[in-house]
Design a binder for this molecule. Structure first.
Ligand code: CA
Length: 216
């Protein structure tokens, strides 16, 4: 292997290694225990104080699911939003469950509820405590966030629309599938590796014969 090929290969590998961060699913917020009252105060109606997750930079969103763990005596009261660091917002849960109160079924708690564009059903088709994957609110899509860099502070907001019943947010997580964001340094390594590879052929065809240099 010629020196040019070796150097080119090493530079190229350095470039590739610098790009592999985030090229897989990343869970942010796992194991973090919250104790956020819903609503923050009052007689059962109003906003929860928002909660935040700081996501490290390095990944571009391909898919996002949002996990929540909520203890609440009537979760049909809850309207839930997730906000991206750049200000875009998706409504995870609207008042569709509230519109089914006439069914008089149990709606206590959301235990391990994952909002997921790929889910097969909505919360109105599920049963408390709504464990598993459910679609976001009607006409809302987490794919709205796709293609953007995940890094930054994400926000979860919850509004309780009805008096009396109240509860606590105990956990929330962001489940990202991300692709690596090209780093300038990594891109330079890749470019340098490519230049050395491109240089390989003319350099390799030069032969020294009897002290003179000629083309093979
Ligand atoms: Ca309430």
């Amino acid at each position: 292997m010629s020196r040019q090929v070796t150097i080119g290969l090493l530079l190229y590998l350095a470039g590739v290694v610098s790009q592999v961060a985030w090229a897989e699913q990343v869970v942010v917020g796992g194991g973090v225990v919250f104790s956020q009252a819903i609503p923050a105060e009052g007689d059962g109606e109003g906003w929860m104080a928002p909660v935040y997750l700081d996501v490290p930079a390095g990944g571009r969103i391909v898919d996002l699911d949002v996990y929540v763990d909520i203890v609440h005596s009537e979760v049909s009261d809850l309207i839930i939003y997730v906000d991206a660091p750049w200000g875009a917002s998706v409504c995870l849960k609207d008042d569709a469950l509230y519109q089914t109160l006439w069914q008089e079924v149990e709606r206590a708690d959301m235990r391990g509820t994952v909002f997921d564009d790929s889910a097969s059903w909505s919360l109105t088709e599920g049963e408390a405590p709504y464990t598993g994957h459910f679609l976001p609110a009607q006409d809302e899509f987490l794919a709205t966030f796709n293609g953007n860099e995940a890094g930054g502070v994400w926000t979860l907001r919850i509004y309780d629309i009805a008096l009396k019943d109240a509860g606590v947010l105990e956990g929330w997580e962001l489940h990202f599938d991300c692709e690596p964001v090209p780093e300038p340094v990594g891109a330079l390594f890749l470019l340098a590796g490519g230049v050395f590879f491109a240089c390989r052929r003319p350099c390799g065809r030069e032969r020294s014969v009897g002290g003179a240099l000629r083309r093979a």
